[in-house]
Design a protein around this ligand. Structure first.
Ligand SMILES: Cc1c2[nH]c(c1CCC(=O)O)Cc1[nH]c(c(CCC(=O)O)c1C)Cc1[nH]c(c(CCC(=O)O)c1C)Cc1[nH]c(c(C)c1CCC(=O)O)C2
Length: 347
């Protein structure tokens, strides 16, 4: 573990550990990216996945929102499909669409294409994080990965999907193959998070973005064991583990049970109610509706105040949006939001 004493004492890591904070820490999912003109400039002519393998560029893009918005944490610029690409899966990120897989994974024979990931597969991650920890000073870096269900959904469907029909057909129709697929993905994901922590990430977030498509009983039976394996793989480092998904109101308790220290909440469940569902001993992250940022400043402030009021009794609160920053958002509205949360919660 490479977290320095100053980083260890940052508001973000304190909130994750449910310790008293000088102010509520703020970061935004997808804070790096197309909402920033400096991102569009840096990425000009470079395909998304290629940009993820260029350490200087990764470090620059990761730093951009930290410089501009004064957020309390950086999030490593990458994508959830980067480790899959690194082990040789033929895939691309299509602008305006998302990850597209050349040959979907649907049979037992297909599983053989999912080999283990080693640090040598992703040298650029270690290099970029080395540069970043030097530049970030006491600001923590959050590493991340896609959770087994969400990765499986891309791999089985072959791309983004509204109803996850192939994924659910496999999950319900061949539970043994499904379990083996998720177990493979858990190993790859665990290994990828370890690389990031070993290189200097001081927290990790597991994105199970699309798992809200499942009922609790199916989550418990068919997903929780694999996500728990990922959290177990990095437990010994002692860095906070955040778990987030969209539309997961009914799953919040189970997502905590999977092994998260911090449970991310979308905007559909108020944080005081989310705390009841998650139970004691865990911090919460969230949960302003991202679309609120398109409203005038007084409305943004009123909705932010509601989030802060609902969070007042929590053991630990990391302020975030209920999902990612949208590409057409006004970056100045995000900067103002960071200032507002800091000012409102200064103690
Ligand atoms: C589901 C998912 C993906 N990728 C990710 C998730 C989980 C988070 C979530 O739920 O939103 C995770 C991700 N992807 C990216 C980050 C960057 C770090 C950050 O949060 O600042 C993170 C954390 C960069 C990116 N990942 C992507 C971009 C945009 C590509 C570009 O700039 O051309 C960025 C900056 C591409 C991507 N990759 C994915 C999608 C749906 C898209 C958008 C496609 C589009 O609308 O063009 C898959």
């Amino acid at each position: 573990m490479r977290t320095t004493p100053a980083t260890h004492e940052s508001a973000f890591l304190k909130a994750c550990r449910r310790e008293p904070v000088p102010h509520t820490p703020v970061w935004f999912m997808r804070q790096a990216g197309r909402s920033l003109p400096e991102y569009l400039k840096a990425r000009e002519g470079i395909p998304m996945l290629e940009s993820c393998t260029m350490p200087e560029l990764v470090a620059e893009i990761t730093m951009q929102p930290v410089r501009r918005h004064k957020v309390d944490a950086a999030v490593y610029y990458s994508d959830i499909v980067v480790p899959l690409k690194a082990i040789g899966i033929d895939l691309d990120i299509k602008p305006g669409v998302g990850p597209v897989i050349a040959e979907p994974i649907r049979t037992r024979a297909d599983l053989a294409r999912l080999r283990d990931l080693t640090p040598e597969d992703v040298p650029y991650v270690t290099q970029a994080i080395g540069m970043l920890t030097a530049e970030l000073g006491s600001t923590p870096l959050i590493g991340f990965a896609g959770a087994p269900f969400t990765l499986a959904s891309y791999l089985v469907e072959g791309g983004p999907s509204r109803n996850h029909e192939h994924t659910k057909a496999l999950m319900y129709g061949d539970p043994e193959l499904w379990a083996d697929l998720l177990d493979r993905l858990a190993d790859i994901t665990g290994a990828f998070l370890k690389v990031q922590i070993e290189a200097g990430a001081s927290a990790v977030q597991l994105f199970d973005s699309w798992v809200g498509a499942l009922a609790p009983a199916d989550y418990r039976r068919s997903v929780l064991p694999a996500s728990a394996k990922v959290f177990d793989a990095v437990a010994s480092y002692g860095v906070p583990r955040i778990h987030f998904g969209v539309g997961t109101g009914e799953l919040l308790g189970l997502m905590g049970e999977a092994g998260a220290d911090v449970v991310g909440v979308d905007w559909r469940v108020p944080l005081d109610e989310a705390a009841r569902r998650v139970g004691p001993g865990k911090a919460l992250q969230g949960n302003l509706d991202p679309a609120v940022l398109f409203a005038p400043t007084p409305a943004v402030e009123a909705k932010t105040r509601e989030v802060l009021d609902a969070a007042a009794g929590l053991e630990g609160h990391v302020f975030n949006l209920g999902h990612g920053v949208m590409p057409n958002m006004d970056p100045d509205a995000l900067t103002r939001l960071v200032e507002y949360v800091h000012q409102q919660t200064a103690r």
